[in-house]
Design a protein. Structure first.
Length: 97
C-alpha cells in the first residue's frame, strides 16, 4: 500500500482487508475514530506502535502522555502538523520515506 492508496481507501466504509495493524489504526484515526485507533495500537509493544500511540495522544491534546510515548518510540515530538505527521508515519510504514 502506498500513501496514495491509503488516502484513496478512506472513501471506503471499512479498513482495507489485510492491512497491518499500524496502518489500520491510522486509517480509523483519519476517519475520525480515535477510540478505535487507540484500541488497536495500545497493546502492541514496539517502537512503531509507540510512535503511533504518541501521535494519537498528541492529537488528543495530551502532550505529557504523547511525550512519554515519543520517548518509548525513541523519537522527539515533531513540529509537523498532525496531518503531516500522520502522512510521515504512513510513508515510513509503506516504504515511501
Amino acid at each position: 500500500m502506498t500513501l496514495k492508496e491509503f488516502k484513496e481507501s478512506l472513501s471506503q466504509e471499512t479498513a482495507p482487508p489485510g492491512i497491518p495493524e499500524y496502518l489500520k489504526a491510522l486509517w480509523y484515526d483519519t476517519k475520525g475514530d480515535w477510540e478505535n485507533a487507540h484500541t488497536i495500537i495500545q497493546d502492541i509493544e514496539d517502537k512503531t506502535a509507540a510512535w503511533i500511540h504518541a501521535y494519537l495522544h498528541r492529537k488528543e491534546g495530551d502532550t505529557s502522555n504523547a511525550d512519554y510515548w515519543y520517548n518509548r518510540a525513541g523519537r522527539k515530538r515533531p513540529s509537523l502538523t498532525l496531518q503531516e505527521e500522520c502522512e510521515s508515519i504512513v510513508k515510513e510504514l509503506t516504504g515511501e520515506d
